[in-house]
Design a protein. Structure first.
Length: 183
């Protein structure tokens, strides 16, 4: 049995990406191309900053915070995108040696544990999201970066992280149910 599994090869990303069969996965995979563009936009903005600073001697105050924000959003979404492709990290040392039934049980356990973890992270993040948009008195007030430009990026990033964690929790739960049903 062990010899039969020696030729097991990891799946190529294109094969993994086709797994997005339910609506949440399809939506995330479709949005992924747009979020990947944030890195290109960041690069263009950084080139603009280099030209402004070293050619025109007119540095900007907004480029650094904007590129950090855009890349952070891209990386946060990248986690959800990876989960939606079912391409998250697995230690396959033992996984490739067990039967399909055992793999299914392992998958369900992994998906349930990940769903619980991201759900707990969402729950823990919620108070900071609320504090980012409302003052203790209840008045709407968005927390800003405190820099000379002072954008609301910290609040926006927390809210985006919260929404992404909720979506990741749902995605793991959907995968757990699918594996329980034998898909």
């Amino acid at each position: 049995m062990a010899e039969d599994r020696l030729d097991v090869q990891p799946q190529a990303p294109a094969e993994i990406e086709e797994r997005g069969t339910e609506p949440l996965s399809r939506a995330v995979l479709l949005l992924g191309k747009g979020f990947a563009g944030l890195f290109v936009i960041s690069m263009v903005i950084l080139i603009y900053e280099v030209v402004m600073r070293y050619v025109f001697n007119a540095p900007t105050i907004w480029v650094h915070e904007t590129t950090v924000f855009l890349c952070a959003v891209g990386f946060v979404f990248g986690g959800l995108h990876s989960v939606s492709r079912n391409g998250h990290i697995r230690v396959v040392l033992l996984y490739d040696w067990v039967s399909e039934r055992t793999r299914r049980c392992l998958d369900v356990g992994i998906y349930v544990a990940c769903s619980l973890a991201t759900g707990i992270f969402s729950y823990a993040l919620w108070p900071t999201v609320v504090k980012s948009f409302w003052s203790p008195s209840g008045a709407f007030r968005v927390v800003t970066s405190g820099s000379a430009w002072n954008p609301p990026y910290p609040s926006l990033l927390r809210a985006f992280l919260f929404v992404t964690l909720i979506a990741t929790t749902l995605q793991f739960a959907i995968f757990a149910v699918q594996r329980l049903r034998g898909r």
